[in-house]
Design a protein around this ligand. Structure first.
Ligand SMILES: NC(=O)c1ccc[n+]([C@@H]2O[C@H](COP(=O)([O-])OP(=O)(O)OC[C@H]3O[C@@H](n4cnc5c(N)ncnc54)[C@H](OP(=O)(O)O)[C@@H]3O)[C@@H](O)[C@H]2O)c1
Length: 221
């Protein structure tokens, strides 16, 4: 797969390295092209760096990995993206994680889809960059699940492939309409982590999704 990466920060670094290692062709773009060139050098495996527009034009898949506040600028510099597969890992949040920056309107992913006409999949926003660098991200013997929200089957299939290439498991997060829930869930989770709590402890195993299976058929108050 040809992957264009918009941004040359931590997330771009983590994911570009993984995907280049997995055999994908990677082109990184940044508003300061020298940063993209430098990152491409660190990524290796034939990765190249340049402008945002060059990276956007290169990819079968485009990863948007810039700060939420820079998304509009980055998309303007990236040029036309209508119809393209765009993975959005941005998080519209900041400490103390009480409100999303998008709280008064559509999700970040929806805004990106509306602004570009791209086939957007919300993905890879749930964990710290250091987790995405793990080879593979496996915890207690369980590979990391990666929720995907999107409307386009071809885009989702590409996202699933790239999740699997990390050694992770794609989770069907539903339509792009649900991306706002994923963004909010991530902000809430990060707030728990920041408070020193263990968010993983609040999720019972899937067999408990409808309640305690040992109490099936019994009245539950
Ligand atoms: N870091 C994480 O653990 C993590 C995890 C999940 C999701 N995310 C999300 O992933 C995205 C990238 O995070 P990151 O940690 O990689 O950030 P980062 O290391 O701070 O890098 C941010 C990138 O955004 C670019 N940028 C910022 N403002 C811009 C603008 N106005 N126009 C064009 N480019 C601009 C920066 O370019 P310059 O270098 O030129 O400033 C840089 O390439 C964010 O939306 C973040 O919420 C991060």
């Amino acid at each position: 797969m040809r992957i264009g990466v918009l941004g040359a920060g931590g997330m771009a670094d983590a994911l570009a390295k993984q995907w280049a290692r997995a055999g994908h062709e990677v082109r990184i773009g940044a508003r300061t092209p020298a940063k993209a060139v430098a990152l491409a050098g660190r990524v290796g495996h034939g990765a190249a760096g340049g402008t945002l527009r060059e990276a956007a034009g290169f990819g079968d898949v485009v990863l948007l990995a810039v700060l939420h506040d820079g998304v509009q600028d980055a998309l303007r510099l990236a040029g036309p993206l209508a119809g393209r597969v765009l993975l959005d890992c941005t998080n519209p949040m900041a400490p103390p994680f009480e409100r999303l920056k998008t709280a008064d309107g559509p999700s970040a992913a929806r805004r990106i889809a509306d602004a570009t006409g791209a086939r957007v999949v919300k993905a890879f926003n749930t964990c710290h960059e250091s987790v995405w660098r793990m080879t593979p991200p496996v915890f207690g013997g369980r590979p990391l699940g990666v929720p995907l929200c999107g409307d386009d089957e071809e885009a989702l299939a590409a996202a699933r492939t790239l999740v699997t290439d990390l050694g992770c498991v794609p989770l069907d997060g539903g339509s792009l309409e649900r991306a706002g829930l994923l963004e909010a869930a991530t902000a809430f989770t990060v707030g728990l982590w920041a408070a020193g709590e263990d968010p993983s402890s609040m999720l019972p195993p899937p067999e408990y999704a409808g309640g305690d299976p040992r109490r099936a058929g019994k009245a539950v108050n």
